[in-house]
Design a protein around this ligand. Sequence first.
Ligand code: EPZ
Length: 419
Amino acid sequence: MEYIVVKGGTKLYGEVNTSGAKNAALPILFAALLAEGEHHFHNVPLLRDITSTERLLHHLNCQTTREGTNLCIRTSPPKDYTAPYELVSQMRASILCLGPLLAKYGEARVSLPGGCAIGSRPINLHIEPLKLMGAEIAIEKGYVIAHLPAKRLSGAHILFENTTVGGTENIMMAASLAEGTTVLENAAREPEIVDLAAYLKKMGAHIEGEGSNVITIEGVESLKPAEHTIVPDRIEAGTLLIAGAITGGQVRVENCVPADIQALIDKLQESGFTITSGENWVEIAAGSAGHGVDIHTIPHPGFPTDLQAQFMALMTQCEGASVITESIFENRFMHVQELMRLGADISLNARVAVVRGHPGKLEGAEVMATDLRASASLVLAGLVANGDTKINRVYHLDRGYEKLEEKLAGLGAIIERRK
Ligand code: EPZ
């Protein structure tokens, strides 16, 4: 099995590019199911969740062709409307084919994604709104079996009891082909939602309010394929910025949208780091150092749960204490035990971790990646740990980071993948 070895102690310097956003690309690729024909996408990152999506689309009778970061999807009516267990179990976001299949073909059979390393992750907020829109949905033998008795879904007023990114995306896609108006209240506001709305609008959808917590979708009878460039990955940009911060180097992250990581920039500045930014870049100044600050993960525009683990790695290197509260997922602290294997001083109580920072005190060791962002936090910790850190199970990292080792090595990190 592949693993990564990082030799700590090198300050990172230079410029690094941001790839396209995984979490924007996934729903957008599934949106292709809403219109038969050729969809053209650019800036699609090369990573495992994208190839898993392609495999599911192939199963649903689509063809895909890739050249670099350009991806063309040719959709035709599926022969069977099933997202099977073996594909969904590879990637939970497969549930995003439910709304499009149901809206377009009136049928969908999607394996239940099940829990994952960071929490139980139910899908009730995907299913209940579709029922309100007229779908009949049952859970049978581990599958969501959805059927539409009418010709089209009907627009509905939906109030999400929890803010859900995937739920908002699934219903926004379904509502685009529904009859009448759908209003989503307490909708997620993430930049990935805005990017999905941008693609749906290019396909001919009528959507207003994306980026706010009320989204209105006026359903249309049909949509057409279009062309789209995926937004930059704000979580990757944030991870690379933290890599600069944790090593005390000077890193300029290019091709990103600084406004999308404002919550991180604010916290880095509050901690004492010097950050400058322009329209599409953000830079951490050489030799700047921080002290412990508290973070509380909440939906966008708050501090993102997807940067919590990486920020915790940084806090182990900042003088003073930091209280980190995870309010999105109930079990997203699996990296704590692994950071402690490197010597981090962290105490954990349910959803709150207290980190006491001791700059320069981590010692390289063998650790195990438990999920995507946990893997990134271990790589970051490895960049400053004394000696070698060996990170096992890096397949988690490959789900969501495009060439992370290459990018870090380009900034001077001593890092390599071995078998
Ligand atoms: C998306 O997951 C992201 N995944 C996650 O990225 C991210 O951590 C998460 O949003 C929060 O920002 C993709 O975009 C593919 P949610 P999603 O529905 O949509 C509860 C990464 O590392 N909930 O917003 O699955 C849920 O349990 C990851 O790239 C329900 O109760 O997250 C959680 O507590 C992992 N019922 C909260 O809502 C539901 O039906 C937010 O989850 C759905 C969700």
